[in-house]
Design a protein around this ligand. Structure first.
Ligand code: KG4
Ligand code: ZN
Length: 347
């Protein structure tokens, strides 16, 4: 039984790491698409840059500062009043405990004041459903590659709420490998985009890095050895040019991700691949996956570039799909907790 019998305005709140994301999504009734009316993100990157990584306590405090102004901003962009909000969706986990609590407390406080439900959403569910917000969207079932700063996973997505883990990283996430290698090359934090840009000017095969687990025959990944291999090359004489090293690093990560995606498509027999998470914005990865897709005959889908990294739109949207699919809304009452560690396949 669908729960939505009238369109509903959902406020989405994302605070799991170092971006405060707010959005307003108007969910249609079951079977009808909805509309993303507004979204706004404040990135804390500049604040954490000095420390070379996210400082959790600073992150939590900054979320608290940004939540109200950003909510006002999205209401203004959408031309709606606070009383129009019908539900508040927030990231319940996984993520930094204090950062999650800032968003959860805000969502539940506002929900109580407005007498509307607060809906806890899994951050990765938000990411992997976000390509459905694009004009060219996949249909269920599909394979999803989640590649972010904290996760590298291949999932089989049967329908909203039915996710099967096919394989994941045994150690560092792909984004983490990008960030750590960028740091070794003196590119600042987070280094993914800068490292990718530097690689553009590098020559292929000027130095050699491993392709971890590329022939393991399963869908598992391992990226922690790459940064060590980069460090070894940096200590070698003659030292490779930075741009050539960047090129080899990007080629190594991209080759592994593309090979595992191809294997996942083959194993599942599915014909659509969805790529989500911050590393999904990577130009070289997109080029490799598009080539692979054309060659082997599957379709590949990406979220809009601005929805690749953390944002509130994907959280509001995941809640809308859950409501449309008839998933239960949490009972009223506003006791709440967060789940800093939370397996997507368990929801
Ligand atoms: O999904 P996301 O915004 O946050 C997490 O939930 O982790 O992903 C952030 C990660 C960072 O590691 C960042 O360096 C990486 O995504 N990233 C990229 C690119 N854009 C963001 N990595 C490689 N190439 C990019 N263009
Ligand atoms: Zn994320």
């Amino acid at each position: 039984m669908p729960i939505l019998d009238a369109p509903m305005l959902i406020l989405g709140v994302e605070t799991s790491c170092d971006e405060t994301g707010l959005a307003l999504y108007e969910a249609g009734t079951a079977g009808r698409p909805g509309t993303l009316l507004a979204h706004a993100v404040h990135s804390q990157v500049a604040m954490h840059e000095t420390y070379g990584g996210v400082v959790p306590e600073l992150a939590s405090r900054d979320h608290v500062r940004r939540l109200v102004p950003l909510s006002r901003q999205v209401l203004e962009i959408a031309g709606r009043g606070i009383g129009d909000i019908g539900a508040i969706a927030y990231t319940e986990g996984p993520g930094l405990a204090g950062a999650l609590l800032a968003g959860a407390a805000f969502a539940h406080g506002l929900a109580q004041a407005l007498a509307v439900p607060a809906i806890g959403i899994h951050h990765l569910e938000g990411h992997l459903l976000s390509p459905l917000l694009s004009a060219r969207a996949p249909r269920f079932p599909f394979v999803a590659l989640l590649v972010s700063g904290g996760h590298t996973q291949l999932m089989r997505v049967q329908q909203v709420g039915r996710y099967e883990l096919l394989g994941e990283t045994q150690d560092d996430a792909a984004g983490e490998a990008f960030d750590k290698t960028a740091q070794l090359l003196g590119l600042g934090y987070p280094g993914g985009p800068a490292l990718s840009a530097l690689a553009e000017s590098g020559q292929p095969k000027r130095c050699r890095l491993p392709r971890p687990m590329i022939t393991s025959g399963d869908l598992e990944f391992s990226f922690s050895g790459l940064k060590t291999a980069v460090l070894t090359l940096l200590k070698k004489e003659p030292r490779p040019e930075k741009q050539d090293l960047a090129r080899e690093f990007v080629d190594a990560v991209v080759e592994v991700l593309a090979a595992k995606c191809a294997l996942a498509m083959e194993r599942t027999g599915l014909t659509q691949l969805v790529v989500a998470g911050g590393v999904g914005a990577n130009r070289q990865l997109r080029a490799a996956l598009n080539a692979q897709a054309a060659e082997t005959g599957f379709d590949v889908f990406y979220p809009e570039p601005e929805l690749c990294t953390d944002n509130g739109a994907m959280i509001a949207f995941a809640a809308a799909l859950r409501l449309q699919a008839g998933h239960a809304v949490p009972a009223s009452g506003h006791a709440f907790g967060v789940r800093p560690r939370w397996e997507l396949a368990s929801i």
